[in-house]
Design a protein around this ligand. Structure first.
Ligand SMILES: CC(C)(COP(=O)(O)OP(=O)(O)OC[C@H]1O[C@@H](n2cnc3c(N)ncnc32)[C@H](O)[C@@H]1OP(=O)(O)O)[C@@H](O)C(=O)NCCC(=O)NCCS
Length: 139
C-alpha cells in the first residue's frame, strides 16, 4: 500500500490485520522502543489470543505493531503499540490506532495504559480515566 515519501525516497508500507508475523520480529521491534522481550512461544501465543493485531512492514521489516483485546460487545483493551524509532512521526502510529479502533467499533469502551504517549492518545479521542489502574503481576 503506497504510503508517505521520506527524504525523497518512496516508502511503501504494508498495513495488515492478523497477518503472520515472526515472534522474534515482534521482540526486536518491542526492544527497539524499550518494551521487554518475551519467550517466542509467549509472544506467538499472545498474538494468536488477541482479538486483532495490526502489523506494518517496510519490505520484509516489521516497523509497527498494535494489538486489541476485546469481548466483542462491551470492553476492549489496546496494547503493544510500537513504531520503530526510525519510522516514528510519520503517521504510522495514528494509522495503527485507527485500524484497531475500526476493529473495536461496536464496543462501549476501549481502554489503554500509557506513561509515554499521553498526548498521542488524547489527540485521537481518548480521555484520561478518573479510575486508577490496578494490576496483579505474575511475570
Ligand atoms: C507512540 C507511538 C506508537 C506513536 O507512533 P508514531 O508513528 O510515532 O505516531 P504518529 O506519527 O502517528 O503521530 C501522530 C501524532 O502524535 C504525536 N505523537 C507521537 N508519539 C507521541 C508521544 N509519545 N507523545 C506525544 N505525542 C506523540 C506525533 O507528534 C504526531 O503529531 P503531529 O501530527 O502533530 O506531528 C510511537 O511513537 C512509539 O512506538 N513510541 C514508543 C513506544 C510507546 O511509547 N508506545 C505507546 C505505549 S502505550
Amino acid at each position: 500500500m503506497p504510503d508517505n515519501v521520506n527524504g525523497g525516497t518512496r516508502v511503501d508500507l504494508v498495513y495488515e490485520i492478523n497477518a503472520p508475523v515472526h515472534p522474534e520480529d515482534v521482540n526486536a521491534l518491542n526492544a527497539a522502543v524499550g518494551f521487554r522481550k518475551r519467550a517466542p512461544e509467549r509472544v506467538a501465543g499472545a498474538l494468536a489470543g488477541c482479538t486483532a493485531y495490526v502489523t506494518v512492514r517496510d519490505g520484509g521489516r516489521l516497523v509497527g505493531i498494535g494489538r486489541l483485546l476485546s469481548d466483542g460487545y462491551l470492553f476492549g483493551y489496546i496494547n503493544n503499540m510500537a513504531v520503530h524509532p526510525d519510522y516514528q512521526g510519520r503517521g504510522i502510529g495514528r494509522r495503527i490506532l485507527e485500524m484497531l479502533m475500526e476493529q473495536a467499533r461496536d464496543l462501549e469502551q476501549v481502554f489503554l495504559y500509557t506513561d509515554t504517549a499521553d498526548e498521542f492518545y488524547l489527540r485521537y479521542g481518548f480521555e484520561r480515566s478518573e479510575k486508577r489502574l490496578y494490576v496483579y503481576r505474575r511475570h
